[in-house]
Design a protein. Sequence first.
Length: 224
Amino acid sequence: MKLYMHPVSTTSRPVMQFIADNNIPVDMEVVDILKGQHYEPAYSKINPNHLIPMLEDGDFRLTESAAILRYLAEKIGSDTYPKDLKQRARVNEVMDWFNSNFYRDWGYGLIYPQLFPHLKREDPKVQEAVVAWGKEKSKGWLQILNDHWIGPSNKYLCGNQLTIADYFGAAVTTAGELIHCDMSAYPNIQRWLANFKAGPNYAKIYETFNGFCASTKGQPWQAI
């Protein structure tokens, strides 16, 4: 198998870490999204979405981070994707919640329009409004994540067992570190992330990302 990825990519990191944690034999091929390599003809030909990650398993290609996590977990029979119907449904629910609700406003409303020039609105007033909207909506989603999904007693998102929802959700949530968001108002999120970051391969997989975060420190971000 081969994974097309980049270590800075929010959606690549959960797949990379799952692969590392489970010692799955997968070749890593970096697609340099910071230089626009995902738009070059060679990659566009095999993934017209121009996005990473993408998994190749023989002649089978699979895109979308959450789908790849489900596929790999099923392929190796991992307990992180429970067989029990209701437990698996809960994992799917949380992953869909991150994709459909949280990431939309958190990533593409608050973080990325400030960080990446191609997502910044040309009109300063429009840009200001987009970020303000993203910030306000993100506060609501963070409260739901803190109070409902995690709560005061869960170690992880779906209870006290690590699931693929944690791999995906942690990568999305830690994207806030790019603009140095302060999570002190959300103690359950802080505790959950601390539990996840204690995993054996977190530091290695997130090394490039953490370096990128360090390079953005001190800039005038609109952050939580």
